[in-house]
Design a binder for this molecule. Structure first.
Ligand code: FAD
Length: 475
């Protein structure tokens, strides 16, 4: 590798972790070159495919990402997965080991694209049980969820299992008046299905509830009072405010409102039962009651009890977390992946760990030049702001290593680093099928134009084939 060539880096994934790392590297290592690989033809990860359509202000970070992408030292390589090398179904693939040969450093920022499972009877045999991740992908136009077509007209009781912002988003979208979503970038087919939804009652376990309390004409069933301290003033500020919101409830009552929701705590799902007269469909969720080892104690443990509760459920949404997967090539390269937590193993500061070559059981060591950031590093928790901080932390580790000459593969005079230009020459189809930034802007323009005709922000393409046709037509 040439000693005086600019610092070259590849980023795998174009979500917030990838973009914020790119920002830091480009600003702190002048002259450096960043190539960003994205498996989809469109950038921004969960900002486009996760953040709820009725939260457009959250997506404003895209404007910052656009600025980063406008740097002449930045290259977007869309429709290109880091996977088994080769071409697959109109998209490109590059292998991680090939990539490592062409760069000083590679950042893994490929997020979490799998679901955690409950592992209880009925989960994978009954219809009507969906993963919240897939539902979110479907109502946000994610191509591999385009065919989900959830049947929301099966009944009126939806159970959402899990706690977190995703569960909250799903409940809000299910209960919201669909006309209030029509001006958002939610795809037409999702609006159409939601308009036929019969869901009238959603139950789930969740902490952040304010927004749901504010949906007009949707009522909240009062929460189990024994789980709320009598004296709210004794609580720290954040839980106190949340409890106040829960105790206050909604202005409309469940007995008069058409739609309602509840918060059900201390319940752990144990099995799903089929519906009477329709044995292939879920009809009931059976949950075990749990109890807390000590009341109002943040460190309390939950204990099982002998009692169970059965909740009628024509639809179930499992919202217990996203999970990352190891990339093909990890085993061969010795990259350590924690399958239990679903994260790439690192030193905590973004430096990826590997087993010593030839000694898989030995103490892990740093993998020179390989870094990670975002959900693939920390697990699927945290908002965009925390992902940004995490990306900056990883970038700072990398910069420190680079400037101190530590932990990088030695550069050789005989094989100069050539980044994407060199790597693309090794691909069977070269750069054909790759969506660069200019091509993404064509897709972007076409979506905005389609949206304008319908009076909404954008009408997304929900199929990669449509995206690629738009590029080849030159819009
Ligand atoms: P991602 O955003 O998932 O980006 C990873 C990217 O890598 C994706 O584009 C993916 O296509 C790509 N990729 C995957 N595999 C490969 C591969 N093999 N090769 C190439 N590319 C690959 N945060 C907020 O601040 N406000 C909100 O309202 C909010 N709402 C959310 C709602 C939902 C449903 C979810 C799931 C998250 C929400 N978040 C929200 C959190 C926020 O989206 C995350 O913190 C953030 O997107 C994580 O960034 P990331 O870059 O690690 O992963």
């Amino acid at each position: 590798r040439q000693a005086d060539a600019p610092f070259r880096m590849a980023i795998v994934g174009s979500g917030p972790a990838g973009f914020y790392t790119a920002q830091r590297i480009l600003s702190r290592l002048p002259g450096s070159r960043v190539d960003m690989y994205e498996s989809l033809p469109v950038p921004f990860g969960l900002v486009r495919f996760g953040v709820a359509p009725d939260h457009p202000e959250v997506k404003n970070c895209q404007l910052r990402f656009e600025e980063i992408a406008s740097s002449r030292n930045f290259t977007f390589i869309g429709n290109t997965s880091v996977a088994e090398a080769g071409q697959h179904d109109g998209s490109c693939s590059v292998g991680l080991s090939s990539m490592l040969r062409h760069y000083d450093a590679v950042l893994l920022a490929y997020g979490a694209s799998r679901d955690r499972l409950l592992g209880i009877p009925g989960e994978d045999t009954l219809s009507g049980i969906y993963s919240a991740r897939q539902l979110v992908g479907w109502y946000n136009g994610l191509p591999n969820c385009a065919d989900l077509m959830p049947d929301l007209s099966k009944g009126d009781e939806a159970v959402i299992i899990g706690q977190g912002n995703v569960a909250l988003d799903v409940a809000r979208i299910l209960l919201e008046n669909v006309d209030r979503l029509r001006h958002t970038d939610m795809p037409e087919q999702a609006l159409e299905t939601l308009s036929r939804s019969r869901v009238r009652r959603a139950a789930f376990t969740i902490k952040e509830v304010r927004e749901l309390m504010k949906i007009p004409a949707v009522a909240f069933h009062p929460a189990e009072r024994s789980l709320i301290p009598d004296n709210l003033q004794s609580l720290p500020r954040a839980p106190r405010r949340l409890m106040e919101v829960i105790v206050k409830g909604t202005p409309v009552s469940p007995s008069t409102a058409l739609k309602s929701w509840s918060l059900d705590f201390c319940l752990s799902p144990s099995r799903f039962l089929p519906r009477e007269n329709s044995p292939d469909n879920v009809g009931t969720t059976v949950l075990e009651r749990t109890e807390l080892s000590s009341k109002f104690d943040p460190d309390a443990q939950t204990r099982r009890t002998d009692s169970e509760v059965a909740i009628p459920s024509s639809l179930v949404f499992r919202s217990i977390g996203y999970k990352s997967e190891p990339l093909p090539g990890f085993d061969e390269l010795g990259v350590l992946f924690d399958g239990q937590r679903g994260v790439v193993m690192s030193d905590g500061c973004g430096r990826v760990l590997r087993s010593s070559p030839g000694q898989p059981q030995s103490i892990p060591e740093l993998f020179p030049g390989l870094y990670c950031a975002g959900w693939v590093k920390r697990g699927p928790t945290g908002v965009i702001a925390s992902t940004m901080q995490d990306a900056f932390d990883t970038a700072d580790s990398l910069i420190q290593d680079w400037l101190s000459g530590r932990a990088f593969l030695p550069r050789s005079e005989s094989s100069p680093l050539s980044g994407w230009d060199g790597l693309s020459k090794e691909l069977p189809g070269g750069k054909s099928n790759v969506v660069d930034w200019a091509a993404w802007k064509k897709i972007d323009q076409a979506e905005k134009e389609r949206g304008r005709l319908k009076g909404k922000q954008r009408e997304k393409f929900t199929r990669t084939s449509e995206m690629l046709q738009t590029v080849s037509r030159g819009h």
